[in-house]
Design a protein around this ligand. Structure first.
Ligand code: TYD
Length: 148
Protein backbone atom coordinates (compact mmCIF):
# COMPACT_ATOMS: atom_id res chain seq x y z
CA UNK A 1 0.00 0.00 0.00
CA UNK A 2 1.37 3.43 -0.95
CA UNK A 3 1.18 5.78 2.01
CA UNK A 4 3.41 8.44 0.47
CA UNK A 5 2.61 9.92 -2.94
CA UNK A 6 5.82 10.81 -4.78
CA UNK A 7 6.48 14.41 -5.69
CA UNK A 8 6.02 15.03 -9.37
CA UNK A 9 8.60 17.65 -10.16
CA UNK A 10 10.57 16.84 -13.32
CA UNK A 11 13.56 18.96 -12.35
CA UNK A 12 14.00 18.00 -8.70
CA UNK A 13 13.01 14.32 -8.88
CA UNK A 14 16.02 12.14 -8.18
CA UNK A 15 16.88 8.47 -8.61
CA UNK A 16 16.24 8.15 -4.85
CA UNK A 17 12.55 8.94 -5.48
CA UNK A 18 12.41 5.71 -7.52
CA UNK A 19 11.74 2.68 -5.37
CA UNK A 20 11.49 -1.08 -5.53
CA UNK A 21 8.06 -2.27 -4.45
CA UNK A 22 6.97 -5.80 -3.55
CA UNK A 23 3.63 -6.57 -5.15
CA UNK A 24 0.99 -8.39 -3.15
CA UNK A 25 1.37 -12.13 -3.72
CA UNK A 26 -0.58 -15.19 -2.64
CA UNK A 27 1.33 -18.45 -2.75
CA UNK A 28 0.15 -22.00 -2.12
CA UNK A 29 1.08 -25.48 -3.28
CA UNK A 30 -0.71 -24.95 -6.60
CA UNK A 31 1.28 -21.85 -7.54
CA UNK A 32 1.46 -18.10 -7.04
CA UNK A 33 -0.88 -15.21 -7.80
CA UNK A 34 0.47 -11.64 -7.87
CA UNK A 35 -2.16 -8.92 -7.69
CA UNK A 36 -1.85 -5.32 -8.84
CA UNK A 37 -4.78 -3.03 -8.16
CA UNK A 38 -5.10 0.57 -9.31
CA UNK A 39 -4.19 2.62 -6.24
CA UNK A 40 -3.38 1.47 -3.55
CA UNK A 41 -1.05 -1.17 -5.13
CA UNK A 42 0.18 1.49 -7.55
CA UNK A 43 1.11 5.08 -6.66
CA UNK A 44 -0.85 6.36 -9.70
CA UNK A 45 -3.90 5.41 -11.70
CA UNK A 46 -2.85 3.00 -14.45
CA UNK A 47 -3.93 4.22 -17.91
CA UNK A 48 -1.82 1.93 -20.09
CA UNK A 49 -0.10 -1.44 -19.95
CA UNK A 50 2.56 -2.55 -22.38
CA UNK A 51 5.09 -5.33 -22.43
CA UNK A 52 8.41 -5.84 -24.05
CA UNK A 53 9.74 -9.25 -25.09
CA UNK A 54 11.93 -11.03 -27.67
CA UNK A 55 14.66 -8.47 -26.92
CA UNK A 56 17.81 -9.73 -28.71
CA UNK A 57 20.84 -10.53 -26.55
CA UNK A 58 22.94 -7.45 -25.75
CA UNK A 59 20.18 -5.04 -26.81
CA UNK A 60 19.42 -1.94 -24.72
CA UNK A 61 15.97 -0.35 -24.46
CA UNK A 62 14.68 2.90 -23.05
CA UNK A 63 17.41 5.55 -23.23
CA UNK A 64 14.97 8.37 -22.71
CA UNK A 65 13.22 10.33 -19.94
CA UNK A 66 9.62 11.39 -19.45
CA UNK A 67 8.26 14.80 -18.53
CA UNK A 68 5.17 13.57 -16.65
CA UNK A 69 4.84 9.83 -17.10
CA UNK A 70 5.26 7.55 -14.11
CA UNK A 71 5.86 3.85 -14.62
CA UNK A 72 5.74 0.67 -12.63
CA UNK A 73 8.17 -1.78 -14.29
CA UNK A 74 8.58 -5.45 -13.47
CA UNK A 75 9.91 -8.67 -14.95
CA UNK A 76 6.79 -10.75 -15.62
CA UNK A 77 9.23 -13.43 -16.73
CA UNK A 78 13.03 -13.77 -16.60
CA UNK A 79 15.18 -10.82 -15.69
CA UNK A 80 16.64 -7.55 -16.90
CA UNK A 81 18.32 -4.52 -15.35
CA UNK A 82 17.34 -0.85 -15.24
CA UNK A 83 19.84 1.98 -14.91
CA UNK A 84 18.31 5.24 -13.65
CA UNK A 85 20.05 8.59 -14.00
CA UNK A 86 18.95 12.01 -12.70
CA UNK A 87 22.00 13.83 -14.11
CA UNK A 88 23.61 13.72 -10.65
CA UNK A 89 23.38 10.11 -9.52
CA UNK A 90 22.90 6.74 -11.18
CA UNK A 91 21.33 3.60 -9.70
CA UNK A 92 21.18 0.11 -11.21
CA UNK A 93 18.29 -2.21 -10.33
CA UNK A 94 17.96 -5.91 -11.09
CA UNK A 95 14.37 -6.94 -11.80
CA UNK A 96 14.18 -10.71 -11.59
CA UNK A 97 10.93 -11.58 -9.80
CA UNK A 98 7.36 -11.15 -11.10
CA UNK A 99 6.35 -9.59 -7.77
CA UNK A 100 9.10 -6.97 -7.65
CA UNK A 101 8.29 -3.65 -9.34
CA UNK A 102 10.37 -0.54 -9.88
CA UNK A 103 8.47 2.73 -9.61
CA UNK A 104 10.03 5.32 -11.93
CA UNK A 105 8.98 8.95 -11.39
CA UNK A 106 9.14 11.69 -14.07
CA UNK A 107 12.44 13.40 -14.86
CA UNK A 108 14.61 10.28 -14.80
CA UNK A 109 16.72 9.00 -17.68
CA UNK A 110 16.41 5.19 -17.91
CA UNK A 111 18.16 2.45 -19.79
CA UNK A 112 17.11 -1.21 -19.71
CA UNK A 113 19.72 -3.88 -20.45
CA UNK A 114 20.88 -7.42 -19.67
CA UNK A 115 17.59 -8.99 -20.78
CA UNK A 116 17.62 -12.73 -20.15
CA UNK A 117 16.43 -15.01 -22.96
CA UNK A 118 12.64 -15.23 -22.94
CA UNK A 119 12.23 -12.34 -20.49
CA UNK A 120 9.09 -10.21 -20.46
CA UNK A 121 9.24 -6.61 -19.23
CA UNK A 122 5.81 -5.46 -18.10
CA UNK A 123 5.12 -1.74 -17.73
CA UNK A 124 2.15 -0.07 -16.07
CA UNK A 125 1.98 3.58 -17.07
CA UNK A 126 0.21 6.63 -15.66
CA UNK A 127 -0.71 8.12 -19.07
CA UNK A 128 -1.65 6.96 -22.53
CA UNK A 129 1.12 7.07 -25.14
CA UNK A 130 2.29 10.59 -25.96
CA UNK A 131 5.50 11.09 -27.93
CA UNK A 132 5.52 14.72 -26.69
CA UNK A 133 6.16 13.45 -23.15
CA UNK A 134 9.48 11.86 -24.19
CA UNK A 135 12.92 13.43 -23.97
CA UNK A 136 15.05 11.27 -26.25
CA UNK A 137 18.18 13.41 -26.37
CA UNK A 138 20.51 13.05 -23.36
CA UNK A 139 22.04 16.54 -23.77
CA UNK A 140 18.54 18.05 -23.80
CA UNK A 141 17.70 16.05 -20.66
CA UNK A 142 20.80 17.40 -18.90
CA UNK A 143 19.91 20.99 -19.81
CA UNK A 144 16.32 20.59 -18.60
CA UNK A 145 17.47 19.05 -15.28
CA UNK A 146 19.91 21.93 -14.69
CA UNK A 147 17.59 24.79 -15.62
CA UNK A 148 16.88 26.87 -12.53
P1 TYD B 1 9.89 3.32 -26.72
O1 TYD B 1 9.06 3.82 -25.58
O2 TYD B 1 10.97 4.22 -27.23
O3 TYD B 1 10.53 1.90 -26.35
P2 TYD B 1 11.61 1.47 -25.27
O4 TYD B 1 11.62 2.47 -24.16
O5 TYD B 1 11.16 0.11 -24.83
O6 TYD B 1 12.93 1.36 -25.92
O7 TYD B 1 8.91 2.92 -27.89
C1 TYD B 1 9.36 2.23 -29.04
C2 TYD B 1 8.43 2.58 -30.18
O8 TYD B 1 7.10 2.13 -29.90
C3 TYD B 1 8.32 4.09 -30.47
O9 TYD B 1 8.23 4.25 -31.87
C4 TYD B 1 7.02 4.49 -29.83
C5 TYD B 1 6.18 3.24 -29.91
N1 TYD B 1 5.24 3.09 -28.77
C6 TYD B 1 3.89 3.28 -28.97
O10 TYD B 1 3.43 3.59 -30.09
N2 TYD B 1 3.03 3.17 -27.90
C7 TYD B 1 3.47 2.84 -26.67
O11 TYD B 1 2.66 2.72 -25.70
C8 TYD B 1 4.89 2.64 -26.47
C9 TYD B 1 5.44 2.28 -25.12
C10 TYD B 1 5.73 2.77 -27.55
Amino acid sequence: MFLKKPKMDFKSNSVFDCTLVEINTIKDLSGVITIVENEPSTPFEVKRIYYLYDVPGGQKRGEHAHKELQQFVFAARGSFEVVLDDNLNKRRFVLNKPNLALHIVPGIWRCLDNFSTGSVCMVLASHIYDEGDYIRNYQEFQILKKRG
